[in-house]
Design a protein around this ligand. Structure first.
Ligand SMILES: *Cc1c(COP(=O)(O)O)cnc(C)c1O
Length: 405
């Protein structure tokens, strides 16, 4: 009898739609129901019908989403949390002890920096921020016997730097440390860090995985590895259960639904972003377009090797500086002025004051002439027309500044 191969050998989109998403065995509903319940009836004391006892420990809607994401990241297990930062916090507290040290990619999500410095710091966890593109700098920051984690985000936020994942993994493992990769910007469709030796992947599922700006969530995906004598999946799973920052069933349903179309959306995000980046760099007033899909980007060749596309985030720097950047960000209409990214709708962000205000005035501050675009999946001509409008406003603001008015 032919044995069904399951989803292990299936392609990305097939897994995205089917892994962990079996039809409901009771009714045949093709879409598994949202198990909106806190607790599960027991058939005898501690006799569980399907392994579920209480929804902080596990819930079928959450388990389905976790299985779907683990399959796509090629991980041993995935764990869903109430937000990206809740996922990061759980990971850090599951694995670290006072006295540990983190080597932290310098150009990362402002909230990750805040979490590690302001919440973990007082509990005795130190960190060193590094240039993610320079492996010598990363190596020099490692403190033998103290460094427990290397943490990197690639492409980075908002400068779109590219880190060499295999190189980072080698440095981490050489020091007996783990490599954690925030894969939010690339998503598993474009990049699977565990394949390059990372031990853990974190996501803000609020972004591309949810994909529609209608849900907050986070996830940790663990490789089949151990740390301090314990399997990573066991350590993270215990923290999820005992710490309790879980994602609820409605949120897991929305994230799972989004994840099914991730591949389709990333193709379109990437095509729109590439076209707009190429167009933007020809426009007067633009000093630099930061997008790894441009051949002149310093990480282009590396990104082409370790990613299967360049993603939907483009950052711009304005020759006339802050006034032009601010005017641009406040003038576009389709590109809504907003924090966050990764939804089907286009967004524009003035990062130095919005997402990265927590690192203002430090070495990690974001340039004030920079604007970040989260390029959505709308029609390209409409997006370009909207950016043209923003560029005209930026030039008008620059002219005002230059003429001293
Ligand atoms: C948004 C984001 C986070 C934090 O996720 P939340 O869901 O907002 O808590 C972490 N990392 C990156 C790269 C992000 O963009």
């Amino acid at each position: 009898m032919a044995q069904h191969a399951g989803f292990n050998t299936a392609g990305f989109n097939t897994k995205a739609i089917h892994a962990g998403q079996d039809p409901d065995p009771l009714t045949g509903a093709v879409i598994p129901p949202i198990y909106q319940t806190s607790t599960f009836v027991q058939d005898g004391i501690n006799v569980l019908r399907a392994g579920h006892e209480y929804s902080r420990g596990s819930n079928p809607t959450r388990s389905g989403f976790e299985a779907q994401l683990a399959a796509l990241e090629h991980g041993a297990a995935a764990f869903a949390f109430a937000s990206g930062l809740a996922a990061e916090d759980a990971l850090l507290r599951a694995l670290l002890r006072p006295g540990d040290h983190i080597v932290l990619g310098g150009d990362g999500y402002g909230g990750t920096n805040r979490l590690i410095n302001h919440l973990l710091g007082p509990w005795g966890v130190a960190n060193t921020a590094v240039d993610i593109t320079d492996l010598d700098v990363v190596a020099a920051a490692i403190r033998p016997g103290e460094t427990a984690l290397l943490w990197v985000e690639t492409p980075s936020n908002p400068l779109l730097g590219i880190a060499d994942l295999a190189g980072w993994a080698q440095l981490a493992h050489g020091a007996g440390a783990l490599l954690v990769v925030d894969n939010t910007f690339a998503s598993p469709y474009l990049q699977r860090p565990l394949e390059y030796g990372a031990d853990l992947v974190v996501h803000s599922t609020t972004k591309y995985i949810g994909g529609h700006s209608d849900v907050l969530g986070g996830a940790v995906v663990a490789a089949d590895a151990s740390f301090r004598g314990k399997p990573l999946a066991e350590a993270i799973g215990y923290q999820q259960f005992a710490g309790g920052a879980v994602a609820g069933p409605q949120d897991c349903y929305l994230a799972a639904r989004g994840l099914k179309t991730l591949g389709l959306r990333m193709e379109r995000h990437g095509a729109n972003a590439q076209a707009l980046a190429e167009w933007l760099r020809e426009q007067p007033g633009i000093a630099e377009v930061l997008y790894p899909g441009l051949p002149e980007h310093p990480g282009h060749a590396l990104a082409a090797r370790q990613m299967s596309g360049f993603g939907g985030i483009v950052s711009l720097r304005f020759a006339a500086g802050e006034a032009a950047a601010r005017a641009f960000a406040e003038s576009t209409r389709l590109f809504a002025l907003s924090v966050s990214l990764g939804g089907v709708e286009s967004l524009v962000c003035y990062c130095s004051e919005m997402t990265h205000a927590s690192v203002r005035g430090t070495a990690l501050a974001v340039p004030t002439d920079l604007v970040r675009l989260s390029v959505g999946v709308e029609d390209l001509a409409d997006l370009r027309a909207d950016l043209e409008y923003g560029l005209a406003a930026a030039r008008a603001a620059a002219g005002t500044v230059l003429s001293g008015a």
